[in-house]
Design a protein around this ligand. Sequence first.
Ligand code: FES
Length: 114
Amino acid sequence: MNIPDPSPALIDLDRIPDGGFAEVEAMLDGEAESLVLHRDGERVRAWLNVCPHAGRRLDWSSGQFLKTKDGLLVCAAHGATFELGNGACVAGPCRGESLRAVAVEVMDGGVRLA
Ligand code: FES
């Protein structure tokens, strides 16, 4: 019986600072998409790197994301502010909308699409 290879890691967990972010590209439905990853200890959450306000990237420079001292992610374009637990916009021009979550898992020290 053949066991399929796990998908390759998007990034090693150690390359994401705890409490911080990383940007990676992943193939989703045959399209290359930019993702924002957020590490919380051994756990990683991922969303499309696309702001629900005007569809811009959230980072101000590739992989450089703004975070408030209260631990919220801020879109660099017009300041929409997102909860890191659920990706919900809690302040700014798209309040009430959400980032699009992408399922990822940590396996063998790497972050992979789940
Ligand atoms: S595109 Fe993110 S706040 Fe406008």
